[in-house]
Design a protein around this ligand. Sequence first.
Ligand SMILES: *Cc1c(COP(=O)(O)O)cnc(C)c1O
Length: 353
Amino acid sequence: MTNPTFPVTMNTHPKLPTFNMDEIAFGKHFTDHMLVADYENGAWKNVAIKPFAPFELDPSSAVLHYGQTIFEGIKAFKNEKGEVVIFRPDQNFIRFNTSAERMQMPTVPEWLFMDGMKQLIQLENGWVPNKPDCSLYIRPFMIATDPFLGVRPSATYKFMIILGPSGAYFSAPMKISIEQKYTRATPGGVGFAKNGGNYGASLYPVVLAQQKGYDQVLWTDALEHKYVEEVGMMNVMFVIDGKVITPSVDRGTVLKGVTRNSSIILLREMGYEVEERNLSVTEIVEAHKKGLFQEVFGVGTAAVVSYISRLAHEDYIMDFDVNALKVAPALKKQLNDIRMGNVPDTHGWLVRI
Ligand SMILES: *Cc1c(COP(=O)(O)O)cnc(C)c1O
């Protein structure tokens, strides 16, 4: 099926005409419409665009008890010409179905995920901010809806897409503590999937770190806490002796970020050597002692590139002058320039609506 047009019920009380686009905080405001689809008897049906509103769920719904729920995070941008583009949604589509398979949920077809997303964004065009660094955040997700308390894969699901305008995501440089007790992901586990439980489980260790004056944790491997994996909900990159090093995704404990992949490609084009491999905390500390540890930063859709001003391994503190960073700001600018159409999209990463 190509370019289906899903039925639309218009919101009779849209917020858009009076919505103040100057006050857009990430994740707080949603547009006037959403896409909804049901999975029943082995097929996706009832695909429709409706007014954004709460919906009913049976209290015994599987998602509320056993956590069969997955999501994606994507951004759309409006450039100076007023064109709306989505950044690499094909990659999110692939990853959504990877997550679905791991959580024993049905995959979604391209006509539902991609064409549904495009039709919804076309309808919500007025909600895409046209200011630098602002975007429309796209949140596709799926939940298990069987009204049944037995532990088994649900037979029914809901797929939905909601949208929210997102402001220039200013985040102060982060202070990070290297996690030595708790884990985000285990080999054989679900760390490579964007399923809800991963995020619920990460909150406690992060709050403990915050009580000690840090913003986030640098997750290390579950078995030995020896190798670094991710920073908060982002992939992480290190610059050591002029080389960029990012943890390998081979063990399934590091999420395959679209920003991570894009960053590796762009950094190599910018002339940097990039290694994807295991990186130990010992190697990092040794490099710091020799004065070779130059930068560490997070990469992800929400904040693009997040600077880190302090990294702590127990009592050993490594500080970075964020005004002296070279690689992170250059990467951030290149990613933003591509998304805003300031430089040619030589990789075909932008999907025009
Ligand atoms: C979503 C996510 C990322 C970043 O992925 P992007 O595709 O770049 O947004 C990294 N780590 C975790 C755990 C995530 O959930």
